[in-house]
Design a protein around this ligand. Structure first.
Ligand code: CMC
Length: 486
C-alpha cells in the first residue's frame, strides 16, 4: 500500500518520481503520496486537517481531515483485483489475461466461470469434476419450490429470482456466518467452494421456475446429463415430449456464448454490490440476492429489456430520426448505448452481433433488427453521440437475440444475471481470500441542517399537508379519501 509522508512546507528537494505532492492551501501543509499501480490511497488525504475558517459549518469536519467526494464512483477504485481488465478507450476486455473474443470462440460458460473464480483454465479432469458438481447441485428444496410457486403469475421474473436467492439463505443454515461464526468463509474454504457450485447449479433451476409460474406449467426437474445452457432451455421448455427431448444444440450453443460474454465485467453496479454486501460477511445467498437486485434496474442489466421496448415503440425505420431528436433533447434515453467505462464499441457487442445471425438462421430474422441497425447507424453518424463517445453496449443486441429465441421480454435480465453469478462469486471469493477484507463503509459529505433543538408538536408552526416544502411527497401517496378525512 502506498505511504504518504507529510512536511510543514513544500520543499524543492527531488521527490520520488512515482509520487504526487499535494499542497493544502488552507494551511500550507504538503503531503507526498506514493503512486502504486497508477492509484493513490484516498486515506492519505485524511492527513490534511485545517482549523475552521470564519463562518464555516462545523459539519464540514475540517479538523478531522479532507474527504474525497466521488458520487457514483466516477473515478474511485473500490478494490485491487486480479480477475478482469477493461481498456475502455480501446474497447478491450479480458478475464485473467484471456481476451473475451477468444473465450467466446473457444471456451464454454462453465470453463470461463472456473477461470474467473479460480484464476486458471481448468485441466480436463478439473473441468469434468467442476461441471459434474454444478450439474449435480441443480435441485431446489421442495419447500423453496412451493414458495416460488406462490408468487403471482405476472411477477417480474427478476423479483422471483431475487426472492428465491434471498430465501435460499434460510435453507442453508450450515452456510450462514450469522449462525456458524463470522469467520466461516475465511477459515472454511471447502464450504466456500460448496456454496459456489450450489449457487451456480441452482441459478438455472430458479430461473426456469420463474418462467414456468408465468406460463402456469409444473416445474421441470433438472437434468444432469445436459450442458448448463441446454439444461436451462430444457427446464423452461419441456412439456410432454419424450425424456430423450433435447433443446436445439445451436440455440444452446448461442446461449452458452452469450453466457460467456456476460460472465463478468469487473466493478459494475451489481458486482460492486456483491463485494460491498459480502464485506459484512453475510452469507453468499443474501449477497447474490442483493447483487441481482442491483442488476435488475434499467440502467444496468434491465437495459436489454428496455432496448426492445424502445425499438418496438420506434416501430419502423422511418421513425428513427424523430426518436433520435427526442434523445438529443433529453426526452428519451437511447437504451443499449453508452457505458461508464467504454469510450469505444463494447467488444462484447461485436461478438453478440455474430451470435444474432447464428440465432436468426434457426429462429428466423427478428423484425426489429432493421430498426436496430438503422438506429445504430444513424446514432454513430450523429455528433451528439460521437462527441460523447456513446457506442452500442452489450445490451443493444442481446435483447434482439433473446426475443428471436422466444424468451419473454421481462426474462431478459434473468439471462444476464444467471451468467453474471460467476463474476459475483469470483469477486466474493477474491475479497474473502485476500486476508484484507474490511467492511465497505463509504463516508459522506454532510450538507444538511446544522444542530438545532427539538420542538414539541404543539409548538410547531402549522403547515398545509400539501405543502411543497418538506412534506411534498405526501400528496403522492395519501389517497383522496384520507385527505378528505383530514
Ligand atoms: N442515450 C442518450 N444520452 C446518453 C446515453 C444514452 N444511452 N448515455 C449517456 N448519454 C449522455 C448523457 O446524457 C450525458 O450527456 P451530457 O454530457 O449532455 O449530460 C453524457 O452522455 C454522459 O453520460 P453519463 O450519464 O454521464 O454516463 P454514465 O457513465 O453515468 O452512464 C450509462 C452510463 C450506461 C448508465 C448510460 O450510458 C445509460 O444510461 N445508457 C443507457 C442504459 C444502458 O444501455 N445500460 C446498459 C449498460 S451496459 C450493460 C451493463 O453493464 O449493465
Amino acid at each position: 500500500m502506498a505511504i504518504a509522508t507529510a512536511s510543514a512546507v513544500p520543499t524543492s528537494v527531488l521527490k520520488p518520481k512515482n509520487s504526487i505532492t499535494v499542497i493544502d492551501n488552507r494551511t500550507g501543509k504538503s503531503i507526498d503520496i506514493e503512486i502504486t499501480n497508477n492509484s493513490i490511497p484516498a486515506t492519505a488525504f485524511s492527513q490534511l486537517k485545517a482549523p475552521y475558517a470564519d463562518g464555516e459549518r462545523p459539519e464540514n469536519d475540517t479538523q478531522y481531515g479532507l474527504r474525497i467526494l466521488d458520487p457514483s464512483f466516477i473515478n474511485t477504485a473500490m478494490i485491487q483485483s486480479e480477475i478482469t481488465y477493461i481498456d475502455g478507450n480501446k474497447g478491450f476486455l479480458m478475464h485473467r489475461g484471456y481476451p473475451i473474443d477468444q473465450l467466446a470462440e473457444k471456451s464454454s460458460y462453465l470453463e470461463t466461470a472456473y477461470l474467473l473464480i479460480y484464476g486458471e483454465l481448468p485441466s480436463k479432469s478439473q473441468l469434468d469434476l467442476w461441471s459434474w458438481e454444478i450439474m449435480h447441485h441443480t435441485f431446489v428444496a421442495d419447500d423453496l419450490q412451493q414458495m416460488i410457486r406462490q408468487m403471482r403469475y405476472d411477477s417480474h421474473p427478476m423479483s422471483v429470482f431475487i426472492s428465491a436467492f434471498s430465501a435460499m439463505s434460510a435453507f442453508a443454515p450450515e452456510a450462514n456466518p450469522a449462525l456458524q461464526g463470522s469467520d466461516l468463509y475465511i477459515t472454511n474454504k471447502p464450504l466456500m467452494n460448496k456454496q459456489i457450485v450450489r449457487i451456480l447449479g441452482k441459478a438455472t433451476t430458479v430461473a426456469a421456475m420463474a418462467y414456468r409460474i408465468r406460463i402456469n406449467r409444473p416445474f421441470t426437474p433438472p437434468r444432469s446429463d445436459l450442458s448448463y445452457t441446454e439444461n436451462l432451455l430444457y427446464m423452461m421448455d419441456h412439456m410432454a415430449e419424450p425424456n430423450s427431448y433435447r433443446p436445439d444444440p445451436r440455440l444452446a450453443k448461442a446461449l452458452d456464448i452469450l453466457f460467456v460474454l456476460h460472465a463478468d465485467h469487473e466493478m459494475n453496479c451489481s458486482t460492486s454490490t456483491m463485494v460491498h454486501v459480502g464485506s459484512s460477511l453475510v452469507d453468499p445467498y443474501s449477497c447474490v440476492a442483493a447483487a441481482s437486485a442491483a442488476l435488475y434496474g434499467p440502467l444496468h442489466g434491465g437495459a436489454n429489456e428496455a432496448v426492445i421496448r424502445m425499438l418496438a415503440k420506434i416501430g419502423s425505420v422511418e421513425n428513427v430520426p424523430d426518436f433520435l431528436e427526442r434523445v438529443k433533447q433529453k426526452k428519451e434515453l437511447l437504451f443499449g448505448f453508452g457505458h461508464r467505462v467504454y469510450r469505444e464499441t463494447d467488444p462484447r457487442s461485436k461478438v453478440i452481433r455474430e451470435v444474432a445471425e447464428m440465432v436468426f438462421e434457426v429462429c428466423g430474422r427478428e423484425p426489429l433488427i432493421e430498426v436496430a441497425i438503422a438506429l445504430k447507424d444513424a446514432a454513430l453518424k450523429d455528433e451528439y453521440f460521437t462527441s460523447r463517445k456513446l457506442f452500442p453496449n452489450v445490451d443493444y443486441w442481446s435483447g434482439l437475440i433473446y426475443k428471436a429465441m422466444g424468451f419473454p421480454l421481462d426474462f431478459f435480465p434473468v439471462l444476464f444475471v444467471v451468467p453474471r453469478l460467476a463474476g459475483y462469486l469470483a469477486h466474493w471469493k477474491q475479497q474473502l481470500d485476500s486476508g484484507k477484507n474490511k467492511i465497505s463503509r463509504p463516508r459522506q459529505v454532510y450538507v444538511g441542517k446544522g444542530r438545532r433543538d427539538y420542538i414539541p408538536v404543539e409548538a410547531r408552526e402549522e403547515r398545509p399537508i400539501t405543502d411543497k416544502n418538506g412534506l411534498n411527497a405526501i400528496p403522492h401517496y395519501i389517497s383522496k379519501r384520507r385527505l378528505t378525512k383530514i
